[in-house]
Design a protein around this ligand. Structure first.
Ligand SMILES: [Zn+2]
Length: 70
């Protein structure tokens, strides 16, 4: 019991092959752009910081949240 993390990240990529490290590395997801149609992310190697590819989702909730903040 206790501190289980929520499992909302289970569909996310956690490791990718990094050509700089020549090994599979944990990745960090950076939010690049927030668009009305969804968000654009970039995955970067957690060790060397190299870009390992990008991803877009189709979730406009982040964009709406920003509009409401301003
Ligand atoms: Zn790397």
């Amino acid at each position: 019991m206790g501190s289980r993390r929520p499992s909302y990240q289970e569909f996310e990529v956690s490791e990718l092959y990094c050509p700089n490290c020549r090994a599979s590395r944990p990745v960090r997801r950076h939010l690049l752009l927030v668009l009305p149609s969804g968000n654009r992310y970039e995955y970067r190697c957690a060790v060397c910081g190299g870009s390992l590819g990008g991803k877009e989702d189709n979730d406009p909730s982040e964009f709406r949240a920003i509009l409401q903040r301003t």
